[in-house]
Design a protein around this ligand. Structure first.
Ligand SMILES: [Zn+2]
Length: 106
């Protein structure tokens, strides 16, 4: 990776972090699965959790979605090196699926 590539990736991650730190998402019921079933889907709360993590509120982030730190690492890895990220997709999808099934069962 060239120095320009590193700078661009760091700038993209910093810009994303600034947006997440600055804004708070509205509290809208956007999940069709939750609307229909009344249960949280595997991704419910992830948006609010990522915004909370950007603000340094780890407790709130974990409350919204326990896997939010993993999601943030995946997003950052996607910015940094998408080719290496492909090896992480299968285990991460398995983890999110297991967590989602656990949430649905509760
Ligand atoms: Zn959902």
């Amino acid at each position: 990776m060239t120095a320009r590539g590193v700078i661009l990736r760091v700038a993209a991650i910093a810009a994303a972090f600034a947006v997440l730190w600055t804004f708070t998402p509205p509290d809208l019921p956007l999940c069709a699965f939750r609307w229909i079933t009344g249960r949280a889907c595997p991704l419910c709360g992830l948006t609010h959790a990522v915004f909370a993590l950007a603000k340094g509120n780890i407790g709130a982030a974990l409350h919204y979605h326990a896997l939010s730190p993993l999601a943030v690492l995946l997003i950052a890895a996607a910015f940094w090196n998408p080719a290496r990220l492909t090896r992480l997709w299968t285990p991460c999808i398995a983890i999110f699926t297991a967590y989602g099934l656990w949430r649905i069962a509760l």
